[in-house]
Each structure stands twice: as C-alpha cells, then as structure tokens.
Design a protein around this ligand. Structure first.
Ligand code: BJW
Length: 245
C-alpha cells in the first residue's frame, strides 16, 4: 500500500506528535534510556497526588523544564517546520494534536494545533482554573490573581489520572480524517495511543513516523523509521507532490 493510492488532497489530515519530534531540538523524551522517566519517578512528579503531597518537588521539576524550554538553542527543527508548511498547502486541512508541552510546533508555523497534555509556558490555578502565561518559576507561595487562593498555582500540564484537553474536538477530527499520522511517540500513553485504532475504524489511512517501531506499530498500515528531521520533511514533500500532480 502507498500513500498516493490511499489519500487525495481533499482528505483532512490528523497528525499526532510526541516527544521524539522535539528530541533533535534538544528536549528529552520520556521513555528512551536517557529520557525523563529514567531520572524521575512518574508518581513523584506527574500525578495530582504528588502535587498534593510535595508541591515544592513537583514545581521544582517543572521549573527546571520551563527554564530549559527558554534556552536559546531550543528551536523548532526541520520536522516542526515541515508540519507548519503542510498546514499552509494541504487543501483538505490539517489538525495537529501534540502530546508535547513545549511550544515548538507553534514556533514552527502550526496554527491549527491542540496541546492535549497542556502547555509548559502556562500556569493554572488548581482551585479556579485561571490560566496565566509566562515562563518564570512557579512557587508554592504564589497567590491566584483570580480567586485569591495561595499554594494552588501549578503548571498547565495533564498529569496521569487527569483528563487530556479538547478530547471532543480530537474525537470528531479522528472520525472524519482521511489520513492519520503519528510522529515521535512510543504509544505507551492513553488515550493518545488509541487514536490510530479510532482513525482506522473510521476509514483513515494510517502512517507511523518514528525512530523505531512503537508499541502500536502493527496497527499502522505504513511505517517509516529514522530521525524526525529526516523522515518528516520527506513525507511532507510527498504530500506536496500529491497536491501538485
Ligand atoms: C524519535 C526520535 C527522533 C526518539 N525522531 N522519533 C491501563 C491501560 C490503559 C490506560 C491506562 C491504564 N492505567 C492508566 C491508564 C491511563 C493513563 C495511561 O495511559 N497510563 C499508561 C502508562 C498505561 N493515562 C492517563 O492517565 C491520561 N488520562 C486519561 O487517561 O484520562 C482518562 C481518559 C480516558 C479516555 C479518554 C479520555 C480520558 C493522562 C496522561 C497524561 C500523560 N502526561 C505526560 C506528562 C505531561 C507533562 C510533562 O511533560 O511532564 O505526558 S506522561 C508523558 O508521556 C508526557 C507525554 O506526552 C506522554 C507520551 O510520551 P511520548 O511523547 O510518546 O514520549 P516517549 O518518550 O514515550 O516516546 C518518544 C518516542 O520518540 C520513542 O518511540 C522514540 O523512539 C522516538 N524518538 N528520538 C523520531 N529523533
């Protein structure tokens, strides 16, 4: 089966991305041997229970990552930029759903973008939900400007056991897309890991682009493997050739 035989330029595209697409921009993945979960226990830093038990430890973990994201050398790479360009030329429309909390897709030109696991550069009040932007440290002593609560400010990220964002919009797009592409994600975390089955059930052609076969690789009709900065621009070039043919 090939891309050309299975999709047409009028088909809507849904793209799911994970930490692998930002690896070559200098940000760590989670489950690779040098990844974040090799150094931190999930239950200590990425659950609502951890924040309730030891907010300073959780905020410390995210403050370091907020500072890293602001590093001058962390820039969108060729894969982010290729996806930004795709949105500009694909007639059927492109929805980019990222599990990543960095801002590299927006800086790479993507506009129709859902951050299903939140955004590191935003701070949220755990009490009233008020959202504020800015990448400085979050401290337990902070007071929410909206509701006045103290000690409730947290990163605007989705921890294990919390509901990912904009699931209704994502579900509708998966139900009507002609092409579903998963890039740089290991397929360990649900509900994102189930999107391929959802899209395929509704008739979409499904493609995995990753460094190596993910946990769910056999669920995709096509797989291409290598560094994102190489395989994503090539894939996007093929889509552009389809539009021009
Ligand atoms: C490259 C590359 C290069 C490297 N080029 N590629 C039992 C069964 C099923 C589900 C559950 C279960 N028990 C609990 C659950 C639910 C739970 C879950 O999935 N747990 C699993 C561990 C089993 N999920 C949840 O709790 C979620 N909420 C939820 O389910 O709510 C209920 C609900 C149900 C149904 C519908 C709706 C709602 C919430 C999950 C929140 C995840 N949060 C995190 C942290 C966010 C904040 C932070 O960053 O700190 O999100 S965890 C972490 O994993 C992060 C990521 O977004 C997520 C996915 O990781 P990702 O992106 O795949 O990274 P890696 O490292 O795993 O993979 C990188 C890949 O890139 C690898 O394959 C590399 O090879 C590749 N790569 N370099 C291309 N250069």
């Amino acid at each position: 089966m090939s891309l050309r035989e299975n999709i047409s330029p009028s088909d809507p595209i849904v793209i799911l991305t994970g930490a692998g697409i930002s690896k070559e921009s200098g940000l760590q993945t989670f489950r690779d041997p040098d990844g974040i979960w090799a150094k931190h226990k999930i239950e200590d830093v990425a659950t609502p229970q951890a924040f309730a038990r030891d907010p300073d430890a959780v905020l410390g973990f995210y403050n370091v990552r907020r500072a890293q994201m602001g590093d001058a050398e962390v820039q969108p790479n060729a894969a982010h930029q290729a996806l930004g360009a795709l949105e500009g030329f694909w007639p059927g429309g492109v929805l980019l759903v990222t599990q990543n909390i960095d801002d590299l897709h927006a800086r790479g030109g993507s506009r129709n973008l859902i951050h299903m696991h939140g955004e590191l550069a935003k701070t949220r009040c755990n009490e009233c939900g008020d959202l504020v932007g800015g990448i400085g440290n979050i401290e337990t002593a902070m007071t929410c400007a909206q509701c006045g609560a103290t000690g409730t400010m947290r990163p605007h990220v989705v921890w294990f056991g919390e509901m990912p964002l904009e699931m209704d919009r994502i579900g509708a797009a998966l139900g009507s897309c002609g092409l579903f592409v998963s890039i740089g994600t290991s397929g360990n975390v649900y509900p994102a890991a189930g999107f391929v089955q959802e899209a395929r059930t509704h008739g979409a052609y499904t493609v995995e682009l990753n460094l190596e076969e993910s946990l769910g690789a056999s669920l995709f009709q096509e797989g291409r493997y290598g560094p994102a900065t190489e395989i994503v621009p090539t894939f996007v070039d093929e889509l552009q050739a389809l539009v021009q043919s």
